[in-house]
Design a protein around this ligand. Structure first.
Ligand code: NAD
Length: 294
């Protein structure tokens, strides 16, 4: 019998992810608070339910893709009261590690298996089923969830027990936020010193300054034609989402007693950039903020 999946949160990421489950042959029943998202999901073959509880009632597995920890906990409270015992619950949202662990506890109390499985790859990866999943949870849950995640992504990494997926996600994105800020600063300094963008790129991309923020996502137009800088800093990865992830890393650092001064500074820079009305721009647009505030 075909595996039946409930999908709650059919927004920019969840909509195309759920559509890829349908393409892989799963029966998908979905729910979202937004009528527009429900309508778009119905057009991709998802059976739309009138509530999260209704969507999950007959499901073998449930996937949630929601904005933040409070949404995930509220929805998991509702769905753990409505699912069959033994159902696998997977949260793919990017949320704080504490809420992720609380969600695992809710699942356990309801007799369910659970995974935290945040993603990287953005809306392009969601549409193309090329996401990377960073997964936390026990081996039995991972063994059951892996095939479902494979239908939505190309790289599935089991990072450890409950919360390990979220921990990997915020550590990775803290590196990303810091390296992008560093690359932006280097280009602004190079400009002041009369160095061309291409010359700095040619040296740093083949030297010890090499990193993803430079070679894939170069914040100046020219050296990497596919980077958002060549497209008016249209996201890509919006500055507001980078700020969200940096804030999550800083909350986790305080709670865990880790010193992350570079991460804290990057969070402050993105906060100023985002609060200045640029939250919807690609995060590499930080370079314009640094130039203006030089
Ligand atoms: P989105 O705002 O487009 O989608 C979230 C959806 O959740 C919305 O459609 C909203 O109506 C729905 N929702 C909220 N509360 C609900 C509830 N109680 N019941 C049912 N539906 C509810 O956001 P998104 O871009 O799809 O992001 C989702 C998650 O993925 C976030 O945690 C985000 O940080 C993460 N993420 C996003 C990207 C990206 O590029 N957009 C990349 C990686 C990770």
């Amino acid at each position: 019998m075909a595996i039946s999946i409930a999908f709650i949160g059919l927004g920019n990421m969840g909509g195309p992810m759920a559509a890829n489950l349908v393409k892989s042959g799963y029966g998908v029943r979905g729910f979202d608070l937004s009528p527009e998202s429900r309508e778009a999901a119905a057009a991709t073959g998802i059976a739309v339910a009138s509530s999260a509880a209704e969507a999950v009632a007959e499901a073998d597995a449930v996937v949630t893709m929601l904005p933040a920890g409070r949404h995930v906990l509220a929805v998991w409270q509702e769905l753990t009261a409505a699912v069959k015992p033994g159902t696998l619950l997977i949260d793919c949202s990017t949320i704080d590690v504490d809420s992720a662990r609380q969600a695992h506890v809710l699942a356990k109390e309801a007799g369910c298996l659970s995974l935290d499985a945040p993603v990287s790859g953005g809306t392009v990866g969601a549409a193309g089923a090329t996401l990377t999943f960073m997964v936390g949870g026990d081996k039995d849950a991972f063994a059951r969830g892996e095939a479902i995640l494979q239908a939505m992504g190309k790289r599935i990494v089991h990072c450890g027990d409950a919360g390990a997926g979220q921990a990997a996600k915020i550590c990775n994105n803290m590196i990303l936020g810091i390296t992008m800020a560093g690359v932006c600063e280097a280009f602004v300094l190079g400009e002041k010193l009369g160095l061309s963008h291409q010359a700095l790129f040619d040296v740093a991309s083949t030297s010890s300054g090499q990193c993803w923020s430079l070679t894939t996502y170069c914040p100046v137009p020219g050296p990497v034609p596919t980077s958002p800088a060549n497209n008016g800093y249209k996201p890509g990865f919006a500055a507001a989402l980078m700020l969200k992830d940096l804030k999550l890393s800083q909350e986790a650092a305080v709670a865990a007693g880790a010193t992350t001064e570079m991460g804290a500074h990057a969070a402050k820079l993105y906060e100023k950039f985002s609060d200045g009305g640029h939250g919807g721009e690609d995060f590499s647009g930080l370079i314009n903020f640094l130039r203006e505030n030089a």
